[in-house]
Design a protein around this ligand. Structure first.
Ligand code: NAD
Length: 284
């Protein structure tokens, strides 16, 4: 069994980004909007800021009060859409219940939507058109590529159908010629599906959901889940139970989670480059 080490891949990605940023005529700009004081959001925003500073981006953190009215956020997003120095805009989820997350996400200019969660970018991903793609699923594709694990023709089973992970990952896998099965909370006999997976992805949020009897011998297991059990972080897979049976597995922590923030860094540079290209075309 070999560990798929997210830290190693993240380090390589960030080093490459840093080198590229040094050659640019201006620093790419990333803005993260946070609403309220959710402790997990605070941690995630902090990780984004650290990444942005480490590769040389301009980072701006805009924080609104928990009870903010929607139109104030909307006005801010429109202002940022029109700000030439801003390449990426991200609204940290989850938002307080009174706000319409989907509407807010869809207001972000599609070329600055570095989370790739707007309907237009999800549609383009489904149609296999090059676009900004959600960071966690893109991180899974990149970690597999780094370890030379081909997905073409493989039986890929994804447990979880969220807009954030499961669905965009299914599109990326299909676009890469995998045979894809998506399982979810209403799937009957989950193990019957997972047992056939050459590559099994668990993105649910339930500790030890995937046990030894549910994985195929010598398969690749990608554990996206982040759960806290007895004050310790763990994924959705019973790690100790499956390690002798599988050929590769991502640890939690230290696997997919590491990739997510690195992919955000990649998306910001991609957005910057697309926008600069667009500006040249508009001048011609
Ligand atoms: P979600 O709650 O939006 O979706 C969970 C999915 O799991 C749903 O589609 C649901 O149908 C499915 N599900 C629930 N119970 C199930 C069961 N018993 N059997 C099969 N399927 C079941 O969650 P999400 O945003 O997709 O996140 C999933 C997990 O991944 C969470 O633990 C989250 O913290 C983690 N996550 C990690 C990263 C990262 O960077 N590592 C990024 C995003 C999410």
């Amino acid at each position: 069994m070999e560990l798929l080490d997210g830290k190693v891949v993240k380090k390589k990605i960030l080093e490459e980004l840093k080198e590229e940023v040094l050659k640019l005529k201006r620093k790419p700009g990333l803005v993260v909007i946070q609403v309220g004081d959710d402790p997990a959001s605070k941690v995630y925003v902090g990780q984004k800021e650290k990444m942005a500073n480490s590769v040389g981006y301009n980072f701006q953190h805009i924080k609104f009060d928990e009870n903010i009215e929607e139109d104030i956020i909307e006005k801010k997003i429109i202002e940022l859409n029109n700000d030439d120095n801003v390449d990426g805009i991200l609204v940290q989820m989850p938002l307080p219940k009174q706000l319409n997350s989907k509407k807010i996400q869809n207001l972000i200019d599609q070329y600055k939507d570095v989370d790739g969660l707007s309907d237009i970018n999800s549609g383009m991903l489904t149609h296999n058109v090059d676009t900004l793609v959600p960071c966690t699923p893109k991180g899974i594709m990149d970690i597999l590529e780094y370890y030379n694990i081909s997905v073409s023709g493989k039986n890929v089973v994804i447990v979880g159908r969220s807009d954030l992970v499961g669905k965009p990952l299914a599109s990326l896998m299909l676009n890469a010629n995998a045979t894809v099965t998506i399982c979810h909370s209403k799937t009957v006999n989950l193990g019957e599906f997972t047992k056939n997976a050459d590559i099994l992805v668990a993105a649910v949020g339930k500790a030890s959901l995937i046990t030894k009897d549910m994985v195929k011998e010598n398969s690749v297991v990608i554990d996206v889940g982040i759960n806290r059990v007895n004050d310790k972080l763990c994924g959705d897979v019973d790690f100790d139970g499956v390690i002798d049976k599988v050929s590769y597995i991502t640890p939690v922590p230290g696997g997919v989670g590491q990739m997510t923030v690195a992919e955000l860094g990649k998306n910001v540079l991609k957005a910057y480059k697309n926008r600069e290209k667009q500006k040249i075309l508009e001048k011609q």
